[in-house]
Design a protein around this ligand. Sequence first.
Ligand code: 26V
Length: 741
Amino acid sequence: MFNINIKESTTEQLYSAVLAYTQDKIADVESVSGDRTVYYMSAEFLIGKLLSNNLMNLKIYDEVAAELAKYGRDITELEQYEPEPALGNGGLGRLAACFVDSIATLGINGQGLGLVYHYGLFKQVFERNLQTEVKDVWLDKPTWLRKTDFSTTVKLGDLNVTSRMYEMDVLGYNNKKSVLRLFDLESIDDTVITSGISFDQSEYAKNLALFLYPDDSTEEGLRLRFAQQYFMVQSGLAWILKDRQDHLHTLNEDIVIQINDTHPSLTILLLFKELLNHGIELQEAIKIVENTFAYTNHTILAEALEKWPLAYFEAIDPSLVAIIKQLDEVVKNRSADKRVVLVDENNLVHMASLAIHFSYSVNGVAALHTDILKNSELKHFNDLYPTKFNNKTNGITFRRWLAFSNKPLTAYLDGLIGNDYMSDADHLEKLLAYREDKDVLNTLIDIKHGNKVRLQNYLKQTQNIDINPDSIFDIQIKRLHEYKRQQMNLLYIIHMYQEIKAGLILDRPLTVFFGSKAAPAYTIAKDIIHALLTVSKIIENDPVVSKQLQVVFVENYNVTLAEYLIPAADISEQISLASKEASGTGNMKFMLNGALTLGTLDGANVEIAELVGEDNIYIFGEHSETIIEHYAKADYVSRDYYENSTLIKDAVDFIVSDLMLELGSKENLKRLHHELISKDWFMTLIDLEDYISVKNEMLKAYEDREDWSQKTLVNIAKAGFFSSDRTIMEYDRDIWKTNKY
Ligand code: 26V
């Protein structure tokens, strides 16, 4: 099968052979096709490992595994050897990966466009209970990327660099394939890296494709980030327009460019430039551009709404400045409202504004998020363009997040209700017929336990962590950000520690898991990690508390870890401050795998709650309207909460207790303590008491094992709505209109 001596070969040789074999098989798979092409442009594609997923989609996983086993080799050896591509950061990147999977599965004529990052965001290493960052090396092993003949010159000021296109096939479930096209810098040179992830930020010809989201805490870093985006969109647009120079007048009939957040929004300006250079009049160019682009907004956080100084444009491509000024006039003619300006009084170009004025669709990623965009954050734009705004609630691919990562549950579901849910996810509802069936409920409990043991083995092997599979698994995995409130979970843990010290005995041990990276320059986020790691050690060292409570912070959280953690979860922590989490997609993965949500009414949690009903979800906290009002009135004072509740005060003060200071770093802990009391911008303390009481209610509810299992069954059965196939069908039906759906 693989033209190599399977028994004797090294892991690398065997991996290369199986990779080549799989790529050969993929070559025979039909590509998506159609009249109109969709380009999904994204700075991130968090695709995860591909070998087993591809083998499963080709339906040859068992066959390949059996062939290896004949010679005493285990396919898991290859699965573990395969590096995870370091091409993304969080939810936005993982969403892009799920979307390309669904595009392939549905046979829509779409492809992803982005960048190769040689060292990703960073690899997280814990040292002295602090996050440190080193480069995430993944291109030193055989890869799925294929070099192509397509290259283009990108001009950055006086500098010319060559961008080379690489391709990676993405297999759909029904044997169609799509493709990811990622651009790399030919002259890349990693000797500019000095230590960790620090590097000479000025040498664009060497550094542009080294890291995702280079440090934005300095002016030089910001300029580099801008240059990197320019490199991405210039390359992408060169590819898009390759054979279309003669059809520019009808471009918008042939293609759609969906831009994933504002990172690729410079493409809009570059297309203007191209059209104007071809002698097309401004008015016609506006019509073409406006009917070509669609924009997805993924966040309302001000820090993420990009604004670039005109000087950056001037330095890299001065011709864009004149275009921006023309477009600024166009915008001013459309509206005198200062809140929709393209260029503000500080000469900052608002990229979201560019994307909204010059696209035909603007979508949010969950119902509540879209409502907030329309009614508050982007209200003035919605008033101007009421038909542009629409909602597309996010989704996840069930191939990776169920079939691949939870094989026992998948096999059981297939036997019970058939497997048509894999192509039409609503069929999962057939499971509801078994909600009173004790055998089914008990089997779900057994499957969950099996997945906990699987996680136990994996964590022991990879991180030397010991966990108790008979405890309740409570899991919070997501980027570290104050709005996601990992610090609220920290305060819960501290509170429980104090209760247990005072004599409380839990019905059953609790294990609280975290997995999370903090942006390298985000000080408070790193302080939260430090506090959690420190508390974890204190608990571990305590002979009494450690029997009942354990805190596990897995190092370097990534897609692969998620694939082990999610199937093992009992409690899914979705505790963002209401209004701040645009959607969340982890929440959907947990639900599909039979974990119950502990969450605020935020993002897609709202839709989960509507689907499963209030008996099958644990909701707490203030509602988004209340929170939005607090921000408007600026009347939230964290110190009041701290001073008026001994529970809150005791938990918060523990952060700077002798016990903590003995093990942890004074500087980090004091800063976090101070932040919580004197600022707490994301209102941790407003919901803390409610959070503690609902979480404890959940621990009690867990003890009625059958009832709990029934709730998990309802969650699984109702997860069909969150298939990314549904999401992509809606994009196609309402935005892309390729005539497929
Ligand atoms: C985040 C960061 C953080 C690290 C350093 C630089 C940087 C640059 C940009 C961003 C924006 C990330 C936006 C994002 O991931 N949004 C998430 O999108 C998900 C998919 O729609 C959604 O489920 C999440 O709620 C939303 O936070």
